[in-house]
Design a protein around this ligand. Sequence first.
Ligand code: ADP
Length: 394
Amino acid sequence: MKILVINSGSSSIKFQLFMMPEKTVVCSGLVERIGFNDSEIHYKSDSSKIDEIAQITNHRVGLEKIVNLLLDEKAGVIKTTSEVAAIGHRVVHGGGSFSKTTIINQEVKDKIKALFSLAPQHNPPNYEGIVVAESFFPTSIQIAVFDTAFHQTIPIEAYKYSIPNKLLDENNIRKYGFHGTSHKYVSEKAIAHLGIKNSKIITIHLGNGCSMTAVKNGKSIDTTLGFGPVTGLIMGSRSGDIDHSIIFYLVNELGYNLDEVNSMLQKESGMLGLTGYNDLRDIEMEAKRGNTECQLALDMNAYRIKKYIGSFAAIMNGLDAIIFTAGIGENSNVIRKLVCSNMESFGIVLDKEKNRVRAKQLTEIHSDNSKTKILIIPTNEEVEIAKQSFELIK
Ligand code: ADP
């Protein structure tokens, strides 16, 4: 059966059509830089390859473009949308309502919508993806795969915040964690590759959003993102950890209102706030040219990751491997080198030559004398979503 996976994210829409259960990719592609004049459209099937620059103003326009490509007389791979048995959608925040993959109906959509305020950059484009897909694929089963689901194994001492008990008991305010589909996928690949039974692994997902997870014996036991997707690492435009007294200072002393503060922390902070650039490629290039702000931002970014490696190694009482994944983790030898330098006491020794890659497959980049393995594992949230969708409906 054919399963289409849609990952409708903050600035990009990735899609892949799978033949299941074989996991064969029938076609794949992405629309990126949504909202810019020079959005990119990439599409690939066995017989065609299309790369285009166009103005894709929003996610609806992007999704329409994808559907037209799938149905295109020359480049397309389906004659009618009813060939697609199911559509698996990545949904970032499942809140307290969803701990596993779920068939979408009106009630599920309402709950995803009710969670907009917790993931304002993600649940709205995820939701938009569902609504547009429903209109183009009326006969396909729509399925939601939640980023929060893998983190349901985090123990209470890690997910509970030290705030009044009733906020957890009555309002479900707790750490949820995100990027779960990616952390699950790469940690399973790592465990299979390492062939060890009792494994202590840290997965480092560095994309526009960034997070790390401590994965002990295949289960998430802690992660850097929390109640919303804004804590932990320094991200493309999200701040990561800050002292929350800054929020009160901004409001009470500097006259910001809460919406402005929220928008600042989600959309104007992180690498963008530190450098004026969102894309790490630009920041690396500027740092190379001698831009000290950009170099400092790269150093701060790596420093934060190191801090969490130490913290997660402590809670697992050991470390077998660290895994780099997602756009930055797979491609940026600069960030990987900064993170892995001076980490010998954690058994981490990078092979600088092996690190000089943009990895398209699982790649070992540690030195022969590194006790802790360092792996790049390209994430594939799409195949994981297809797998989980197929399992649910087969
Ligand atoms: P998301 O899925 O969260 O939108 P991705 O996983 O696609 O994000 O990662 C996007 C990030 O990856 C961007 O910051 C981009 O700069 C970075 N990236 C992609 N290719 C490279 C590269 N060759 N070198 C450095 N960073 C890269």
